[in-house]
Structure formats: structure tokens, C-alpha cells
Design a binder for this molecule. Structure first.
Ligand SMILES: NC(=O)C1=CN([C@@H]2O[C@H](COP(=O)(O)OP(=O)(O)OC[C@H]3O[C@@H](n4cnc5c(N)ncnc54)[C@H](O)[C@@H]3O)[C@@H](O)[C@H]2O)C=CC1
Ligand SMILES: O=C(CO)[C@H](O)[C@H](O)COP(=O)(O)O
Length: 297
């Protein structure tokens, strides 16, 4: 199959490499010229614009977008739109908000597949887990590409209609936040607790047969091995948060309690805040009601 790939960063480049390895022909475009050159060296046909990519693909275009969520997806679709018709298929493999994907499916001339992608850069070797929403015929049509990009045929499936792929990925990320938080809490207690423990050894032992073994726990083991048991100079600051915020907003809308995910998201926001106003006020209120000493800067 001939596939156009737009967005050749950490994730898009893996789509390119794995589909090339599976014998597909790739036309590659990115706003960063160096990324296009590098993909061309790997065997892709370079394009110097979205229009060039669309023209190179000819009829029945199959295109995979792997650009940052939000405006870049709309920009790529706007540039593609004059070249698209109902026989074409566009996959958005990024972390788009599911309602944006529903809107894009309704307004794009091509069949639109929203594809939640999990596995990160490690997917270069292992392949990804792909959660796909959109028309069945388009999913069937792109199955050889999904087979190449995913871990195996079991590593991808159609979740349902438009938006469902990114909806499932959104919830996946909420679960990811809660798992990260609970591993963090357990290791913090072990680190601060009664025994002088080698946390890499703990993680390695848990990863070998324990109930709580997982890939995230393997990444904890890697972190302790590479940074040291006290995590060296790794900062007390966690970035990101958009997908977890969407998960919590959706849970509120559906009246589904997700206290662990909410708490994990809150901890992430808290990690970026210095001098929390609520704590300062609590400090002052204790003076108000009990004449307790106010600690001052
Ligand atoms: N990095 C990760 O572990 C994962 C990322 N994702 C999602 O995959 C998508 C891509 O992520 P990464 O590859 O990590 O990002 P990245 O920042 O490594 O790559 C994005 C690429 O898109 C290009 N780009 C931006 N706007 C463009 C445009 N309008 N036209 C053409 N190219 C454009 C950039 O130059 C860059 O090369 C994002 O939606 C991200 O949330 C999903 C799962 C895991
Ligand atoms: O989707 C992912 C993992 O599953 C990506 O790593 C994503 O970039 C995480 O972003 P955030 O920490 O902001 O949720």
C-alpha cells in the first residue's frame, strides 16, 4: 500500500519505519525539513508540502497524521481538503480530543479514522497498541498498515464509530496517571520508610512474578537503575496533563466517580505550584480560630 505520513517526530517516524519494513511505500512530510530528509534516507519519498504529498499519492489516498493534537491537525486537514474525496482515508494517530475527532469526521471529505496510539517511542521495536474509531470499511482498508504499526493483529482493533478511538485512548491515559501515582506513592513510602532499601532491587523483584508487575513498573526499575535509588537530581515537577483533564471532565459529565484519576491529576498540577495559596490561607486561619502561631516567609 502507498501511505502518506504527515508529522515525522518521535511517533510519526516509527509509523514510517515500521510500514517501510512491512513493504509499504511511504510519502513523508513534516514542517521540519530535517525530519523529511531523514525519512527519505530511510526509504520514504519526500514531500515538500501537504499539497505535494497529496498530489504524489494520486487517487484513493491513505494518509496518517502524527502531529501534535489541536491546531496542527486542523491545519493539515485544511491543506489536505482540496485533494480529498470519499474514497480516501485519513488516520489521526495523535492524542486528539475525541470531540474534535467527531467534528473532523463530519467535516472532512475523506473517511476519517481517529486512532489512539499507545506504546511511546518503545513502539519502534515492539509496535504500538492502536484503538481505532470510524467507518468499518476504512478500518478494513487500512488493516495492512495497522498490522505493520501495531505489535501484531491483536494490537489494534476498531472500537466503534467516529471518536471512539480517541475516547478509549483518553481513558487509557487517565488510567496511566493513576498507575503512575500509585507506584509513586508506594516507592515514596519505601524510600522514606523504616528500611534502607535498594528500590531498583524492589522493582526488579516485583517485576518478576508479583501481582503488580507491569511495563510502568519496568520503567520504574529503569529509572532507579539510571538515576539512583533516590532519583538523583530528577525534579519534583510533572508536566503534561491535557488527556487526564479530559478524562476527569468526561467522568464528571457522565457522573462516573474516578477519584484515583482525579487525585493523580491534582498531584500533577500540585507538582508545578509553588507557594500554594490554599496552604497559606490554612496557615493563617489556624491563627484566626486558635491563635496558633503563623509561620511566615
Ligand atoms: N510521544 C509519545 O509517547 C506519544 C505521543 N502521542 C501523540 O502523538 C502525536 C505526535 O507526538 P510526538 O511524535 O511525540 O510529537 P513530536 O513533537 O515528536 O513530533 C511532532 C512532529 O509533527 C511536526 N509537525 C507539527 N505541526 C505540523 C504540521 N502542521 N504539518 C506537518 N508536520 C507538523 C513537527 O515538526 C514534529 O516533527 C501527538 O498527538 C502526541 O500526543 C501518542 C502516544 C504516545
Ligand atoms: O499519550 C501518551 C502516553 O500514553 C503520551 O506520552 C502523552 O504525550 C502523554 O501526555 P500527558 O502526560 O500530557 O497526558
Amino acid at each position: 500500500m502507498q501511505l502518506g505520513v504527515i508529522g515525522l517526530g518521535r511517533m510519526g517516524r516509527i509509523v514510517v519505519d515500521r510500514t517501510l519494513d512491512a513493504g509499504h511505500d511511504i510519502v513523508a512530510y513534516d514542517v521540519a525539513e530535517g525530519a523529511v530528509k531523514s525519512a527519505a534516507e530511510a526509504g520514504a519519498e519526500p514531500a515538500d508540502s501537504v499539497a505535494d504529498l497529496a498530489e504524489t499519492l494520486g487517487d484513493e489516498k491513505r494518509i496518517w497524521l502524527m502531529v501534535p493534537a489541536g491546531e496542527p491537525v486542523d491545519a493539515a486537514l485544511e491543506d489536505l481538503e482540496p485533494f480529498l474525496d470519499g474514497d480516501d482515508v485519513v488516520v489521526d494517530g495523535g492524542n486528539s480530543y475525541f470531540e474534535d475527532s467527531v467534528r473532523r469526521a463530519e467535516t472532512t471529505s475523506a473517511a476519517y479514522l481517529d486512532c489512539g496510539t499507545s506504546g511511546g517511542p518503545a513502539g519502534a521495536e515492539l509496535g504500538f497498541s492502536l484503538m481505532v474509531g470510524g467507518p468499518q470499511w476504512a478500518y478494513d482498508e487500512l488493516t495492512p498498515v495497522f498490522d505493520a504499526v501495531a505489535t501484531s493483529p491483536d494490537g489494534h482493533d476498531r472500537m466503534g464509530k467516529a471518536g471512539s478511538g480517541h475516547y478509549v485512548k483518553m481513558v487509557h491515559n487517565g488510567v496511566e496517571y493513576a498507575l503512575m501515582q500509585t507506584y509513586g506513592e508506594g516507592f515514596e513510602l519505601l524510600h522514606e520508610g523504616r528500611y534502607d532499601l535498594d528500590l531498583e532491587a524492589v522493582a526488579r523483584t516485583w517485576n518478576n512474578g508479583a501481582v503488580i508487575r507491569s511495563w510502568l513498573l519496568e520503567l520504574c526499575e529503569e529509572a532507579f537503575r539510571e538515576e539512583g535509588t533516590d532519583l538523583g537530581d530528577v525534579a519534583d515537577h510533572v508536566a503534561g496533563g491535557s488527556t487526564g483533564t479530559w478524562t476527569v471532565q468526561e467522568a464528571l459529565e457522565q457522573e462516573v466517580p474516578v477519584p484515583l484519576i482525579y487525585q493523580a491529576l491534582g498531584e500533577r498540577f500540585d507538582s508545578r505550584a509553588e507557594n500554594r495559596f490554599s496552604r497559606r490561607l490554612a496557615n493563617r486561619l489556624r491563627y484566626g480560630f486558635g491563635r496558633h502561631e503563623v509561620k511566615r516567609e
